[in-house]
Design a protein around this ligand. Structure first.
Ligand SMILES: O=C(O)C(=O)C[C@H](O)C(=O)CO
Ligand SMILES: [Zn+2]
Length: 287
């Protein structure tokens, strides 16, 4: 597991392009037959991906956690951006389809990931944060009928924002948040831009109480997203390609404009779980 330290905004404004990418950009997460992880000291969030091929992949703590098993003192949220897959959590099997997700609570010892078809593997993207309490493990579906152990995203948690005129028409689908899927601190969801719209999270914001990680995907090979970060009056950009993630410290804006529409997954951790606790930045304030 790669470990990244925290960074001060006073230093970051002097970074070169390479240094900025080294600190915040996460590349090569989705490797067939492997589980890749990056551990950030910022709120101790782990960003990872499991792409099972022929064999099931077993999630282990690794030397970095000094734990008996991965979720001994953690919780995790997972969203599958690939083909149909299966997650087994302490012997219970969950079928996780494309854009379906899971919350797995602290204390679950044995977790394995597999793909239904190795030719079209599941791509399980995950965020994991420290936890102090066990909340129920559930499968999360954007649509469908609720049943035991399966949560359907509520209509109130599918929020349409922006307009085509402002090139920011998008729908935010909130998977893990209080009142729907309980967690200690982790919140997760997915935002999809409508065709012709290219701006996410614009007008932008910061939230000093929480950090955030974005995973950009559904981006063709010749396309890209400019991710904007930094303090509002010291913005910098990172060129993002398909299936790359970026760490956003609490002091940073996090916004993007693509060469075409795209989708991204956001995960947050920190002081509170109030999605709407944001410090909004006026467009005129940006530099
Ligand atoms: O498009 C958006 O706006 C978002 O998806 C916003 C993120 O969810 C976010 O930054 C939450 O704090
Ligand atoms: Zn945010």
């Amino acid at each position: 597991m790669e470990v990244r330290t925290a960074a001060s905004p006073r230093d970051v404004k002097h970074y070169t392009t390479d240094r900025l990418r080294e600190e915040f950009l996460i590349q090569n997460l989705f490797v067939p037959g492997e589980i890749k992880m990056v551990y950030s000291h910022i709120d101790r969030i782990i960003t990872g991906a499991a792409v099972p091929a022929e064999e099931a992949l077993v999630l282990t703590a690794g030397a970095e956690l000094r734990a008996e098993y991965f979720l001994q003192r953690r919780e995790m949220g997972i969203i599958n951006i690939g083909g149909a897959g299966v997650i087994v959590a302490d012997g219970k099997e969950y079928e996780v389809g494309h854009k379906e997700g899971m919350y797995i609570g602290m204390g679950v010892k044995d977790i394995t990931f597999s793909s239904k078809e190795s030719a079209e593997p599941a791509k399980f993207y995950f965020n994991s944060t420290p936890a102090h309490h066990t909340y129920p493990t559930v499968l999360i579906k954007p649509e469908g009928t609720p049943e035991e152990g399966v949560v359907i995203v509520k209509d109130e948690n599918k929020v349409e924002l922006g307009t085509l005129e402002q090139s920011n028409h998008r729908t935010i689908c909130k998977y893990i948040l209080p009142g729907q899927v309980e967690s200690c601190q982790l919140e997760m969801g997915m935002t999809k831009l409508e065709p012709g719209s290219v701006w996410n999270t614009m007008p932008c914001h910061t939230h000093d109480r929480r950090m955030e990680v974005y995973l950009y995907f559904d981006i063709p090979e010749d396309a890209f997203v400019m991710h904007y970060m930094g303090e509002p009056a010291e913005t910098r950009h990172i060129v993002m390609r398909n299936e790359e993630a970026v760490i956003s410290p609490s002091w940073s804006i996090h916004s993007g404009s693509g060469s075409q529409a795209y989708t991204f997954i956001w995960g947050m951790a920190g002081e509170n779980q109030d999605f709407d606790d944001m410090d909004h930045i006026e467009n005129q304030e940006l530099k």
